[in-house]
Design a protein around this ligand. Sequence first.
Ligand SMILES: NC(=O)c1ccc[n+]([C@@H]2O[C@H](COP(=O)([O-])OP(=O)(O)OC[C@H]3O[C@@H](n4cnc5c(N)ncnc54)[C@H](OP(=O)(O)O)[C@@H]3O)[C@@H](O)[C@H]2O)c1
Length: 273
Amino acid sequence: MICKIITSMTSKKISFIGTGKMATALISSIYNKQLAKTIIASDKNNKNLNNVKKNFGIKTIKDNKEAVRNSDVVFICVKPQDFDEVLHEIKNVVKNQLIVSIAAGIKTKHIESILGNKRIIRVMPNINCLVGEMAAGFSKGKFATKKDVDYVEKLLSASGLAYLVKEDLMDALSIISGCGPGFFAYFMKYLAEAGIKEGLPKQMAYKLAAKTALGTGKLLLEKNMSPDDLIAMVASKKGITSEGLKVLNKHKVNKIIQKTSDAAYKRSKELGK
Ligand SMILES: NC(=O)c1ccc[n+]([C@@H]2O[C@H](COP(=O)([O-])OP(=O)(O)OC[C@H]3O[C@@H](n4cnc5c(N)ncnc54)[C@H](OP(=O)(O)O)[C@@H]3O)[C@@H](O)[C@H]2O)c1
């Protein structure tokens, strides 16, 4: 059974329309784990195309239609504002291909309305895919099959965690998965800079912050702890963490995080069609 699943995955020809930051992370994972028969990258940006050609030696073209014609699975990885242009360009050449969209906000119903009731899966990946630590979510369009869902789940799971969710939860999931790496990196930057200000060498401070973030996530996951459990373990009474937490609470940083997430959620809804 496992052999059958692996064979059905590796026999697929996958193309990417748009080969920017997120597509490159997905290509790197699929390429390194040999999860496709062939990978084709199509983009109008020469720099991004050359980058994936140099790093993975895959076929690159500047013709989205040609990419679709030669694929079983098409990942559309352009920005939401460029999305409809691509859909209109490829609509006449999409036949039996599974279409996977990674664009924030764009609904499967919208894609189906332009492509004509095709099999669509909407994915919210995250950039941590580059190191095999992705936390992703995905949802299915009306015409995608159970086989399509299983395939995408296996493909994403090869690079981390992938939850199938109802589509109306995708905007909420995007705040954690899509934006999360940027939000955590923001906190790590200023934590490291506080250490640098007090004399730590820059490289050391950044590495300490990154390793601490990595270990914190690992601890929560592996010991099945809640963030509150962990805070209680670290913040001993009258200790240094407790002093810092008092400032976070006094300035209502929880409310600021809520506002940050609300803004991202609102933007995801705005991009939604
Ligand atoms: N970055 C993330 O962490 C992340 C996370 C989750 C989801 N996403 C989603 O992933 C998608 C891509 O984001 P990104 O950050 O990877 O963007 P990006 O780095 O700007 O990549 C998009 C690429 O698509 C190209 N492109 C634009 N129009 C095209 C067309 N008509 N045909 C072919 N290629 C075209 C762009 O070329 P030009 O540069 O010349 O415009 C660029 O190379 C977005 O929809 C975003 O919502 C991103």
